[in-house]
Design a protein around this ligand. Sequence first.
Ligand code: PNS
Length: 165
Amino acid sequence: MSNRIAVVPGSFDPPTLGHLDVIRRAASLYDSLHVVVVHNPGKEALLPIAQRLSLLEQSIAETGITGQITIASWSVGLLVDYATDVGAGVLVKGIRSQIDVAYETPMAIVNRHLAGIETVFLLPDPAHTLVSSSLVRQVASLGGDVTPYVPEAVARFLDTGARGI
Ligand code: PNS
């Protein structure tokens, strides 16, 4: 297991500027990054997994994030199994508030107990601390403008493509 390989997991439904900020920071810290779309059964999804993968790929390319980045999905079993399979020793999560700390801390401890995988928390740019996928889903579904919160590829898709979903 290598701490030079990290996994950035999330629902990414849809990817936001906050996600891209965390991915950009993580890409500068690790040699190799796996950005993994995880099916979260606790959340009602807006976009199919394949669409989230495509939007992540376009957004990472358009934002000019460089580095060795693999974009993948994981829906069977523990996330730490994915991390172990690819040789990653670290999960990277963005922390926007004390609410995120409370939500993420038990998962970080369990993941360390389960497989010795550490979790690294990154603080996003303050400009993104109020952005969440659920807020974007709500604003978009009510016809509001989400361009301040999402990468251009996501804004384009929500403006046009999402009507067919
Ligand atoms: O973007 P989200 O919805 O906040 O991401 C949450 C996610 C998918 C990262 C989290 O639910 C998760 O890590 N799921 C993996 C499932 C798992 O392995 N659970 C057991 C240990 S916590």
